[in-house]
Write a protein that binds this ligand. Structure first.
Ligand code: ADE
Ligand code: ZN
Length: 340
């Protein structure tokens, strides 16, 4: 038995992050710097004043501020700088693989070219592979508050960058915008060879998770908290070994849970669900991946064995090829053996 504290154990264990919106990593300090160089006025006077606005009662209140923040991103270098800052940060937290969402419509609807966005993100990811040893995938999300035709147009533009994008996803305002609204575009994306994921059951009902599985044919469910309302659905998720990318601090900040002590993560693990821990939008929710692991393990009294399982799950649920997955899981096993 080693004397490594649970905090140090969390810090050191190799991890993958699978639910991370790159626009949600945009820290206020960098936002002000980029706004200044692009001659854009932010409606808050200072970093401190902006941070005071990071108080949300629900998903929509957060999204309004998140889209406003993203509007200062103009040049390819801006997307590079934001992405690189995230990668350096999580490198220091022992993240060795990251699957990153981006929201092209947030930018193309403001007149920014798709190529500007994806080239900036991709260049940072390639540098991270070369300089930090972090591997990665890109997931392109459709904004569900917009219509399916707009998503279809986005998919068409994305085809030129097919080699850079592993999967398509679905994010933004959930309630009132069920997965069924996007069935055709997901079908088309599948035909083009993309994997699929979708946010479901964050604020929306268990029925939306069923739709994500059966209509969008997802390989992972993002969040999925509300699945626990439906025993049959839980059984289905277990039978399919369907990963859930859970985001504890996001759930707290957006009032999906009142208190982290009420967070369903431990119940999910006990039910045999393939759960992973992720940060969602770390610049807005008070923490990157290790802060999420720390907060939830404190609130739910998780053990080193739980953390080991969660870290292993993060690779198991990734879109890496089987051989690479196995290699990463061996690293987790070795760390566990030396620090348990
Ligand atoms: N976009 C960024 N973060 C999101 C979240 N937690 N849910 C839905 N859409 C999002
Ligand atoms: Zn999310």
């Amino acid at each position: 038995m080693s004397t490594t504290s649970i905090r140090d154990f969390i810090h050191g264990i190799p991890k993958a992050e699978l639910h991370l919106h790159i626009e949600g990593t945009f820290e206020p300090e960098l936002m002000f710097e980029i706004a200044r160089r692009n001659n854009i006025k932010i409606k808050y006077e200072s970093v401190e004043e902006l941070k005071k606005a990071y108080n949300f009662d629900n998903l929509q209140e957060f999204l309004d501020i998140y889209y406003a923040g993203a509007s200062v991103l103009i040049e390819e270098q801006d997307f590079y700088d934001m992405t690189w800052a995230y990668l350096e940060k999580v490198h220091s937290q022992n993240v060795i693989h990251a699957e990153i969402f981006f929201d092209p419509q947030t930018h193309t609807d403001r007149g920014i070219a798709f190529s500007t966005v994806i080239n900036g993100i991709d260049r940072a990811l390639k540098d991270a592979q070369n300089k930090l040893g972090i591997s990665s995938r890109i997931i392109m999300c459709f904004l569900r508050h917009l219509d399916e035709d707009a998503a279809m147009d986005t998919l068409k533009v994305a085809l030129k960058y097919k080699d850079l994008i592993s999967a398509v996803g679905l994010d933004s305002s959930e309630v009132g915008h069920p997965p069924s609204k996007f069935q055709r575009v997901f079908e088309q994306a599948k035909k083009e060879g993309f994997l699929t994921v979708a946010h479901a059951g964050e604020e929306g009902p268990a029925e939306y998770v069923w739709e994500a599985l059966n209509l969008l044919k997802v390989s992972r469910v993002d969040h999925g908290n509300r699945s626990l309302d439906d025993d049959k659905l839980v059984q289905e998720l277990v039978n399919r070994n369907m990963p859930l990318t859970v985001c504890p601090l996001s759930n707290l900040k957006l009032k999906v849970v009142k208190d982290l002590k009420d967070h369903p993560l431990k119940i999910m693990l006990n039910k045999g669900l393939l759960v992973t821990i992720n940060s969602d939008d770390p610049a807005y929710f008070d923490g990157y991946i290790n802060e999420n692991y720390n907060a939830v393990s404190q609130a739910l009294d998780l053990s080193k064995d739980d953390i080991y399982e969660l870290a292993k799950n993060s690779f198991e649920a990734s879109f890496l090829d089987e051989k690479t997955k196995k290699g990463f899981i061996e690293k987790v096993d070795e760390y566990y053996q030396n620090n348990r």
